[in-house]
Design a protein around this ligand. Sequence first.
Ligand SMILES: Cc1cc2nc3c(=O)[nH]c(=O)nc-3n(C[C@H](O)[C@H](O)[C@H](O)COP(=O)(O)OP(=O)(O)OC[C@H]3O[C@@H](n4cnc5c(N)ncnc54)[C@H](O)[C@@H]3O)c2cc1C
Length: 369
Amino acid sequence: MRIAIVGCGIVGAAIAYELSRVSGFEITVFETENPASGSTGAALGVLMGAISQKKPKSRAWKLREASLRRYETLIPELEAKLDRPIPRNDNGVLKLCFPGENLEKWEKLAQVRREQGFPLEIWSPEAVKSRYPKIETAAIAAAVYSPQDRQIQPIPLARALVEAARGHGVRFVFGATVMEAEIETGETRCCRTLIYKDANDETRQHSTDWVVVSAGLGSTPFSQRLREPVTIQPVLGQAIELAIALPSEYPVVTANDVHLVSVGEGRAWVGATVEFPDAKGYVIPDPRGLQMLKSEAMRFYPELVEAAIARQWQGLRPRPVDRSAPVIGTLPGYDNVVLATGHYRNGVLLAPATAEAVCMLLLNNHSAI
Ligand SMILES: Cc1cc2nc3c(=O)[nH]c(=O)nc-3n(C[C@H](O)[C@H](O)[C@H](O)COP(=O)(O)OP(=O)(O)OC[C@H]3O[C@@H](n4cnc5c(N)ncnc54)[C@H](O)[C@@H]3O)c2cc1C
């Protein structure tokens, strides 16, 4: 069975790898630029799984749980195949809670997560101080520590997935934008031919049995061509890299939706702003955004005052409009087009679960082709 994947961010790369583990699939991935050149290239890679306030039976939690479990096997699997580490912070996630925060809600979540096998710990400010003395605790009421959440660097992860998938026979076509899709109509519609422009600007055709759309923001124009528009809006995020060495045992620290991540080699990342488009759909970065990030992080990690900004960047998160993130499933009205898009703020977290879901969907429909 031939499968064409449109878009090679973290989601497309994870799908390509997961499908490549199944025999009988002939997989081709099309990407306008290089792997992780879209939203993925800007992500901090913080995986807020167990520590997220999601109800146990909700789809949002099931996806998080599946990803948490798959990451446990995926990382060693990739590292063994490629014989190199994927840079990450495995020290857990520590969320600082301020007066006014509903701590009872966190106590309840800790109980639920314990039963699910993802224990959370609720710490006093003194307990935080004794473990991590560099964190300023004067203003906090408590903290929630999640040992099983982590951070992973999205670009090396996406590249590792591509390399491992290529080793399993997946064909990647970089510098190739899928421009059109031929629609076959019958009782339901079908798309068996993609038309793309290759790196030399030549127009080419590709025949396929299935199309997986993991094109992030590019999913909107692509779905419009299939006459079933899925609207994904850009939500801008700015982030900074600071020249500072945090102690190697420090977890990801998060407070008021700002994350501080030690990435080693004398560097820490702080992010990210959340900036919505204006009424005309334009997203213009707030010039105060970077300073706001640094000031906010300095409130809980005062040593940052000395740290120079070594790098700054921004990216656009793909957020579905009028439906919850992410969008995973067949495109309405089509037999053979699968959407895996609109992961908004959690694409790195949810990529493994998305890949498993797409894999299951294709396996269940294998006989239909
Ligand atoms: C500042 C910032 C911080 C973030 N931090 C985190 C975080 O800590 N944790 C987390 O889980 N998530 C985070 N995110 C969100 C995360 O980056 C996204 O959810 C995720 O990257 C989405 O992945 P994707 O593969 O769907 O999209 P993308 O990475 O955007 O990939 C889509 C790809 O499709 C390609 N494409 C589009 N159209 C076509 C076409 N027609 N033909 C061929 N190729 C096409 C694009 O070139 C692109 O490479 C953050 C995002 C930002 C901006």
